[in-house]
Design a protein around this ligand. Sequence first.
Ligand SMILES: [Zn+2]
Length: 274
Amino acid sequence: MRAVYFLLGVSFITCKTSDPNNDQLKSMLPGITLPENLSTIGSDTIGVWSIDYIMGKFEPAEDTAFILIDSRYADREGLYLRKDVYQAFLQMHDAALTENIKLIIRSATRNFEYQKKIWEDKWDGRIALESNKRANTITDEALRAREILKYSSMPGSSRHHWGTDIDLNAFNNAFFENGSGLLIYNWLMNHAGSFGFCQPYSQKDSSRPNGYEEEKWHWSYLPISRQLTVLAEKNLRDTMITGFKGAEQAQNLEIVRNYVLGIDSTCLDQITKL
Ligand SMILES: [Zn+2]
């Protein structure tokens, strides 16, 4: 059953089509270059997006825009991606394989409830942070949230809600800095862009001063996620990010400005340069 996306904002894209092709899609998404065969995907390529979609308040398994990832491409069963993103990933995966690079999806779509469990498990100290610290030992709630936010999003503010973003191969930067991991990362840096993917959480420096720490494993499918980033910038507010422990810190830490929009500039600009 297709989820119903209620339109709450005034400036959401509502370009639902019955039989889209690339020309139609390009006119809907000006400045965006889409993969050649995107038109074969069908009517779910561009859905009607809403604040609920942006905040992950839907069930990917029940939404016809999403598809179950074949377990040969992932480390486990039960992961979902948008169909258009999956098709682009398969093309990238196959191209990489011809150079003996094996891309494995470790995480894909995570809805609000899924992200809430991750967040609260960290908030309460049931699972350790990447630093091996337990967040519940940090009494100052702003500091506690900031520590979790090094690598995990508050529910409602994750790019993983969108079905456009994937985590590949290993959840640590060190893996990608030597041996086979370095070969994978170099391949992605050289080729992922031509399949529509970028690395939103690049090195933190003066060009990306805010947001999550670097994540060499996290890649985003720009033809769709760029639009969702724009919609989030226009319509998602810190006051909407509620419904979990520590949510009061969303306004304090300016989650939308610092984290949702704290991404590498190539994840905003690359598509318009193509
Ligand atoms: Zn990720």
